[in-house]
Write a protein that binds this ligand. Structure first.
Ligand code: ZN
Length: 150
């Protein structure tokens, strides 16, 4: 494993694009939403199975750029088994981090390895790509079925 955070970030992005985790569609599902980032062309369909306020399972489909796919792959892994409230808190923290509003090195968070994406804050055109899976998750949990980052 690389020790340089930028190198590690590249490796993780490449790896998750080669083998996206939780790729597919849950049928039946309890929650779903479609996300679209018109700036980049990212498309994402999210299906979830929420039981007793906990995300039992989650899958994503669609096509997007490397950052979008890696973010969706890591997001689904991070929220599986979490309560809806925990997942919403992570979505909020992730959004804050990639917008440069939350500094994960000094402020409390539950992002774990998702902090790999903190460099995205210096790439304004990619922020929406990284956030799209989380925005789509938020919409699905709220019962809104379509989200556009525009
Ligand atoms: Zn993108």
């Amino acid at each position: 494993m690389a020790t340089d955070p930028r190198e590690l970030y590249q490796q993780v992005i490449i790896e998750h694009n080669k083998k996206p985790r939780n790729f597919g569609k849950l049928e039946p599902c309890t929650h779903h939403a479609d996300g679209h980032n018109p700036l980049c062309g990212d498309q994402l369909q999210l299906t979830l199975s929420v039981v007793d306020g906990r995300i039992e399972d989650i899958r994503f489909e669609g096509h997007g750029c490397a950052i979008d796919v890696a973010s969706a792959s890591l997001m689904t892994g991070a929220v599986k088994g979490k309560s809806v409230a925990e997942a919403e808190a992570m979505a909020e923290q992730f959004r804050g981090m990639v917008r440069g509003e939350l500094d994960p090195s000094t402020e409390p968070h539950h992002l774990g390895k998702l902090t790999l994406f903190q460099g995205v804050k210096d790439l304004p055109s990619r922020v929406k790509c990284a956030v799209l899976p989380w925005a789509t998750l938020h919409s699905a949990l709220k019962g809104e079925e379509v989200v556009s980052t525009e």
